[in-house]
Design a protein around this ligand. Structure first.
Ligand SMILES: NC(=O)c1ccc[n+]([C@@H]2O[C@H](COP(=O)([O-])OP(=O)(O)OC[C@H]3O[C@@H](n4cnc5c(N)ncnc54)[C@H](O)[C@@H]3O)[C@@H](O)[C@H]2O)c1
Length: 295
């Protein structure tokens, strides 16, 4: 890929199938438009990016490279295995009626919990922030302490971003056959020492680390998917193209603001005018034919 050099992450593999990247570019009109418009600011700049490598994020990198930037890329190579998605679909897991527990009701956990509920799951949420816990109740979820929400859960999702949220007490309370999955960025939300201490033996399924059973001292077996890593990236196709178009446009416009010298040095929120510009573009896009005069 011209203009792109491998970053610090060993083994980064940018050889994604071209059709996937082109498909993503075609379906991310906001991102494509933003990079095209900002090319004069971006051209010739050297950018460092940290992204999960999959066709949609590769589309942003490709667009930026075409706009004349040079990119050093680091990320989490190997977090997307689309073949695994098919294997999991083949498991025929039925969501309607399933009892799901969700840890953390931030933007990420809320998306998971609300989507599961929309699909007919019965969702229980554990959230330590009272305002967010209240939002979860108002959205129709059961809310309770960690041990309570896992006690009847068939599936448990971890979306707190914090370490060791599920420890010995929660493992003790899990029903036989419960499946654990990570949504948060790091696979540390399950206390591995506690799991190891409670485990008599592991059960290897045919699909190796994608699904491993842990038989606990009293004979219950809990199943951990993909070692607790972010399941939607490791075992599926990542986030929807529309969500990625929005998120990657935000990144492109923020990068351009940095390149243009518009921002003071240091960590800061995305400037309001960038958020409003993107919101306005998306409203145009979702409201039908573009009547704004912009391309
Ligand atoms: N899988 C994905 O595609 C994806 C996408 C975006 C973000 N993430 C990751 O998901 C995680 C959550 O992201 P977010 O933006 O929602 O974060 P956030 O910090 O806004 O929300 C996390 C929530 O977890 C709660 N929490 C913390 N410790 C807890 C505990 N012990 N028990 C119960 N609740 C607890 C917090 O009060 C907070 O409301 C992060 O690690 C983030 O990097 C994943």
């Amino acid at each position: 890929m011209p203009g792109i050099s491998p970053g610090t992450s060993p083994g980064a593999d940018l050889r994604l199938p071209r059709p996937d990247i082109n498909w993503a570019i075609k379906h991310m009109p906001l991102t494509a438009r933003a990079v095209e418009e900002l090319a004069p600011v971006l051209a010739g700049k050297r950018l460092a990016m940290c992204l999960h490598i999959e066709p949609k994020t590769a589309a942003l990198v490709t667009l930026l490279a075409r706009a004349g930037t040079r990119i050093s890329l680091t990320g989490s190579p190997g977090t997307t295995h689309d073949d695994v998605a098919d294997a999991l679909r083949g498991e025929g897991v039925a969501v309607p009626g399933v009892r799901a527990a969700l840890f953390g009701y931030g933007p990420c956990g809320k998306g998971v919990a609300d989507t599961l509920a929309h699909l007919g799951a019965r969702v229980a949420v554990c959230e330590i922030d009272p305002m967010r816990a209240l939002h979860a109740i108002m959205s129709g979820h059961r809310v309770g302490p960690s041990v309570d929400v896992v006690s009847d859960a068939q599936v448990v999702f971890m979306a707190t971003g914090h370490p060791e949220v599920i420890g010995a007490a929660e493992l003790d309370a899990l029903p036989d056959g419960a499946v654990l999955a990570g949504v948060g960025h790091f696979p540390w939300e399950l206390d591995r020492d506690a799991l190891t201490a409670s485990t008599l033996r592991t059960v290897e399924y045919g699909d190796t680390s994608r699904r491993r059973g842990y038989v606990l001292a009293d004979g219950r077996e809990v199943v951990l998917l993909d070692d607790g890593r972010m399941l939607n990236l490791t075992a599926a196709n990542g986030n929807p193209i529309q969500a990625m178009d929005l998120g990657l446009t935000l990144q492109a416009r923020s990068l351009a603001a940095v390149c243009a010298g518009d921002l003071a040095a240091g960590l800061q929120s995305v400037p309001t005018h960038i958020e409003q510009r993107i919101a306005s573009d998306l409203v145009d896009l979702l409201s039908g034919p573009d009547r704004s005069g912009r391309r």
